[in-house]
Design a protein around this ligand. Structure first.
Ligand code: F1P
Length: 339
């Protein structure tokens, strides 16, 4: 078994550890966020951590119900001056290593240029990012050996989503803490069972579709499949797919639709269109649709946004191994990008 496969399989257990460590490891960040009347909480990261920042930003906007606004940035956007930040904003850097130069530079520039307060969510408490940040969450119990981010992505996403509930919807915190590990174990097992029959590794073109947090998840799926298997993969808002990109659908296309409760019937129509064009589909929702492969999950309100990346991680690794590649050592990539 490769390190990446092991680290994917460990995710439900890691989520249990996130819950166990939450009170102690969230204390600094919660006091930091709760002790200031801020109207803007933004997130910044690179690569997978950029899509993690995107998912957390959507989730903070959703749970705060307009109490705060949240934007997301890639490290380079802020580090090199493409973006300005309002003085009262808080910028939270997301980084497994805590050493990605653009993310560290982004926090430094935000502090120096805009007088912005900064936070960090990382898996490395001894990192430059933690030194720069005013408050940090340090998940040092996540020690990924693979270059490819899997459990670090989902564990930092889970922790950030817990913090969002702690601030904006504390009544839901306990329920959420217990539901996510169980949900992820079932989805991991269901995905593995489905893939033994469907064999995603036999496809040559992957499409991941979803809105908001599920779009961020889809983009992370694109990175996973690209890094590990070098196979063409793309992501769009679900219904955007009919406005041009669907021209590439053929019998080697596998589309995963990460449906949400609010427009699931419209997303089902998109899935039907892909089938009619000769593509294959996996529909992730509460429903069990007769004409599609299904991964049934009891949430469609975006609360499970990072859990849904698990099937996409597995597709990447299965395709990588089928292509005779090494998922632990993706081509042209290093674990940390230092400039
Ligand atoms: C960010 C990142 C990873 C990617 C590769 C290079 O790392 O882009 O997402 O998989 O390892 O670095 P980090 O800032 O989260 O440590």
């Amino acid at each position: 078994m490769t390190k990446t496969e092991r680290e994917i399989n460990e995710q439900p257990a890691k989520f249990e550890e996130v819950v166990k460590e939450y009170d102690s490891k969230s204390y600094d960040m919660l006091s930091f966020l709760k002790n200031r009347e801020t109207s803007e909480i933004d997130f910044v990261g690179c690569g997978s951590s950029y899509y993690l920042a995107m998912g957390l930003s959507f989730h903070f906007n959703r749970l705060s119900r307009g109490k705060v606004i949240s934007k997301c940035f890639s490290g380079s956007e802020v580090a090199f001056g493409l973006r300005n930040l309002p003085k009262g904003a808080i910028l939270i850097g997301i980084s497994r290593s805590g050493e990605s130069s653009e993310t560290v530079l982004a926090l430094k520039r935000a502090k120096e240029q805009f007088g912005v307060k900064t936070g960090a969510i990382t898996c490395n408490s001894k990192s430059e990012l933690v030194n720069v940040a005013d408050a940090s969450v340090n998940l040092d119990f996540i020690n990924e050996e693979s270059v490819v981010m899997t459990q670090s992505f989902t564990s930092m996403a889970f922790f950030g989503s817990l913090i969002a509930r702690d601030i904006f919807n504390r009544n839901d915190l306990k329920r959420y803490m217990t539901s996510i590990p169980d949900l992820s174990k079932k989805l991991l097992d269901d995905a593995k069972n489905l893939f033994e029959k469907l064999r995603p590794e036999d496809y040559e073109h992957f499409v991941f579709l979803g809105y908001d947090e599920y779009f961020a998840t889809s983009m992370e799926g694109v990175i996973k499949v690209t890094e590990t298997s070098l196979t063409p993969a793309e992501a769009y808002q679900t219904l955007e797919y009919r406005h041009g990109p669907k021209s590439k659908v053929d019998d080697k296309t596998l589309a995963v639709i990460l449906a949400n409760d609010f427009i699931v019937s419209e997303e089902e129509k998109m899935a039907n269109e892909i089938k009619q064009l000769g593509g294959s589909t996996i529909f992730i929702s509460k429903a069990n649709l007769r004409s599609h492969n299904n991964l049934v999950i009891p949430a469609g309100d975006f609360s499970d946004w990072f859990v849904r990346v698990i099937p996409l991680q597995i597709i990447g690794v299965r395709k990588s191994l089928k292509n005779g590649l090494l998922p632990d050592e993706p081509k042209n990539l290093t674990k940390v990008v230092r400039l």
